[in-house]
Design a protein around this ligand. Structure first.
Ligand code: COA
Ligand code: MG
Length: 289
C-alpha cells in the first residue's frame, strides 16, 4: 500500500469526496471525528457507508477516521463502515497498542459479519494526541498485524495539556511537539510501519509545505497528511525519490553486488558502507525494484 499522501475529507461532504477522488492521493481518509460537527455525526456515518458501496475503480485506498473510545461513538462508526470497499481505519487519540488490540478484536467480528477475509482492514494510528499516549509509543512494537502506519498530531495534545500554543514565532514546533514528532518517528521505525508526518495547516503556502515535506523526508517520514487537494501533488513529489536519487541507489546496489565480500566501498570519491546499501535498497523498493 502506497502511503505518501493521505488526504482528509470531511465525512459529511459528498461534494468534497467527489473532488478528492480524482486528485492522485494515495489514501483518502473520510473523517467522522473532528471535521464533523456533533450534530452531523449520524449523517456523516451514513454518507460514508454509502460512499463505500461505490464499486467504480479507484486509484486510492479508502480509509475512515472513526471517533475515539472516550466519545462512545467508536463501535457505531465501525459497525457502519466495516464492509467491502473499506481498506483501513485511522484511530485518533489512541493511548497505545492495547487500544489497537481492542480495535483489532472488534474488526475480526465485524469483518466476519460483513463476509470479508479477517485482517482485510488495516490500521493507522494518530499516536501522540493525549499525554498518556506519549508514554506508550514504545508499545506499538512488536507490531499488530493490521498496523501499517503511525502519525502524530500537535493540536489535540496542546489542548489536552492546556498549552497556549505549539509553535514559535518562526512557525516551527516548540520543543514539546518536536519531541512528539521525533518519538512518533522512532516508534514507527521500531514497529516497522510507515512514519507519516502531520498536516501542514496553511494550505495556501505551497513553498512552505514543500520545505516542510523535504525536512520530513530527510528525517525519515515516508508520507504525510493533507487537508486540501492542492497539497497532494507537492506531497507526492516530495516523498518520491528523484531520478538522481534512483540512479545513485542503483549505482550503490550494483557496486556492492559486484563485490559481495566488501563491507565498504569507494564510489566516485565517497565512502559507502552497509547503511548506505540498506538506504539504496529502500529507495529502489519504493519504485518497485
Ligand atoms: N477534500 C476534498 N475537497 C476539498 C477539500 C478536501 N479536504 N478541501 C477543499 N476542497 C474543495 C472545496 O470544497 C472547494 O471545492 P468547490 O470549489 O467545488 O466548492 C475547493 O476544494 C477549493 O477549496 P477552498 O476554497 O480552497 O477551501 P475551503 O475554504 O472550501 O476549505 C477547509 C478549507 C480547511 C475547510 C477544507 O480544505 C477541508 O475541509 N479540509 C479537510 C479538513 C479535515 O478533514 N480535517 C480533519 C483532519 S485535521
Ligand atoms: Mg485530532
Amino acid at each position: 500500500m502506497k502511503l505518501r499522501s493521505l488526504l482528509f475529507v470531511p465525512g459529511d461532504s459528498e461534494r468534497k469526496f467527489a473532488k478528492a477522488r480524482g486528485i492522485g492521493a494515495d489514501v483518502l481518509i473520510l473523517d467522522l471525528e473532528d471535521a464533523v460537527a456533533p450534530s452531523r455525526k449520524d449523517e456523516a456515518r451514513a454518507t460514508v457507508a454509502t460512499l463505500l458501496d461505490d464499486t467504480a475503480p479507484r486509484d486510492f485506498a479508502f480509509f475512515v477516521r472513526v471517533n475515539p473510545f472516550d466519545t462512545g461513538l467508536t463501535l457505531a462508526d465501525m459497525a457502519a463502515v466495516v464492509k467491502p470497499g473499506l481498506d483501513g481505519l485511522l484511530i485518533p487519540k489512541a493511548n497505545g497498542a492495547h487500544d489497537i488490540a481492542q480495535i483489532g478484536h472488534y474488526l475480526d467480528a465485524l469483518e466476519q459479519k460483513a463476509g470479508m477475509a479477517i485482517g482485510t482492514v488495516r490500521l493507522m494510528v494518530v499516536a501522540t494526541e493525549t499525554p498518556a499516549a506519549m508514554f506508550a509509543l514504545g508499545s506499538y512494537a512488536p507490531v499488530h498485524p493490521r498496523l501499517v502506519g503511525l502519525t502524530w498530531g500537535a493540536e489535540d495534545l496542546a489542548a489536552a495539556i492546556g498549552a497556549t500554543g505549539n509553535k514559535g514565532d518562526d512557525g516551527s514546533w516548540t520543543f514539546p511537539y518536536q519531541v512528539a514528532r521525533a518519538q512518533c518517528l522512532f516508534a514507527a521505525a521500531s514497529a516497522g510501519v510507515a512514519p507519516l508526518d502531520t498536516l501542514y495547516a496553511d494550505f495556501r503556502d505551497d513553498a512552505g509545505l514543500e520545505r516542510s515535506c523535504r525536512d520530513a523526508r530527510r528525517d525519515g517520514f515516508v508520507g504525510r497528511i493533507a487537508i486540501h487537494p492542492d497539497q497532494v501533488a507537492t506531497i507526492n513529489r516530495c516523498f518520491s525519490p528523484s531520478d538522481a536519487e534512483i540512479a545513485e541507489a542503483r549505482l550503490i546496489v550494483d557496486a556492492f553486488a559486484a563485490q559481495p565480500d566488501a563491507g565498504t566501498l569507494g564510489i566516485g570519491g565517497k565512502m559507502y558502507d552497509i547503511p548506505h546499501l540498506k538506504a539504496a535498497r529502500r529507495t529502489l523498493a519504493t519504485v518497485g525494484e
